[in-house]
Design a protein around this ligand. Sequence first.
Ligand code: SF4
Ligand code: F3S
Ligand code: FES
Length: 255
Amino acid sequence: MSTTTIAADRPGNADPAITPFTVTFLIRRFDPEVDEEPRWQDFDVEMYATDRVLDALHKIKWEQDGSLTFRRSCAHGICGSDAMRINGRNRLACKTLIKDLDISKPIYVEAIKGLPLEKDLIVDMEPFFASFREVQPFLIANKAPEGGKERIQTVAQRERFDDTTKCILCAACTSSCPVFWTDGQYFGPAAIVNAHRFIFDSRDEDAKVRLDILNDKEGVWRCRTTFNCSEACPRGIQVTQAIAEVKQAIMRGKP
Ligand code: SF4
Ligand code: F3S
Ligand code: FES
């Protein structure tokens, strides 16, 4: 393994935006067909300061080891498929710039925690999506709208759930939650965020059902206000605040 120092690679006043330098990545690999346990593997990659960790993973896969396995789709922070632990913090690889990391040391990249590891940086997301589906994350509006046309909403009513509409289901929050790590039974912050999005929507008619679902022993009351979820969210959603609002709505018996 070579840990090339950045200073050595950036002569004089070289502009790091246009001068490549070597960065060492330590990636936690796991191939279920050959490995009994995950193992760390190092890769040296030529990078620019403005590159992202996703660019490094692409370079490794395309130029060094085609077996490296990870998920990504949009590459622009929209699809939510490339959440991973980068230097111990949950982030999207496509939104993490090399210049924002301490590149004088190796950069550690591993799969998110708390979900079954499938291969390298890929986990089985099914338990995560099962909790998401359970909170009924869709508009339930059976009654005909007043006047028979539109379900009118004021700006203030729309504002009430604006923050939680931004979720991209990346699982960075749920997989950073120590309560979720304990047994995987807790609904987790992402499911609560997506319930919040409909509980506080004035057009929705079934908030009570969702509040009952989350008033479960594996629901909102398991949250210990750790704030890891809010810190991890790449969309800046106030996740812990949303959970607190759902708790208050349960106590009131309505949104
Ligand atoms: Fe990802 Fe944020 Fe949604 Fe959690 S709340 S799944 S961290 S976008
Ligand atoms: Fe977990 Fe977030 Fe609560 S990290 S304990 S869901 S504040
Ligand atoms: Fe889509 Fe990163 S690849 S969010």
